[in-house]
Design a binder for this molecule. Structure first.
Ligand SMILES: [Zn+2]
Length: 129
């Protein structure tokens, strides 16, 4: 999914990583990094940002290692959408963190509540994000 297989990224002062990506542009066509609330812990914002950009260790390490696509513990291909929306292994965590709301809706704006919900879900999944 990456042109030439290269991952271009720059690390900002807050250690948030941005790069142009299909997943990102589908959520935010302007490609403008969102303004994050200043009262939220950095680790939560970093987790939210990585999920939002679909740039996580769990799902993208294989690109850096040039190995085959990552497979979830359930046997499906490991993607952010799979983790957030589909994986049966995380259905309990999903219902606790997101209730009946579509998990992808939490990525649409970087509100404190959305960041906390995403972070809460990820801590429950124990995934390396
Ligand atoms: Zn799964």
């Amino acid at each position: 999914r990456y042109i030439g297989g290269k991952v271009k990224e720059k690390i900002t002062e807050g250690n948030l990583q941005y790069h142009h990506h299909q997943h990102y542009s589908s959520i935010d066509p302007q490609l403008i990094p969102p303004l994050y609330p200043t009262n939220v812990e950095k680790i939560k914002i970093q987790t939210f940002s990585r999920i939002r950009l679909e740039h996580t260790i769990a799902t993208h390490q294989w690109i850096l290692k040039k190995s085959s696509s990552p497979i979830c513990s359930c046997g499906q291909i490991l993607t952010i959408k799979h983790i957030l929306c589909n994986c049966l292994n995380f259905s309990l965590a999903r219902s606790i963190a997101f209730k009946t709301i579509n998990p992808l809706d939490f990525l649409k704006s970087a509100s404190e509540q959305n960041i906390n919900s995403i972070y809460y879900f990820i801590t429950m999944t124990r995934l390396n994000i």
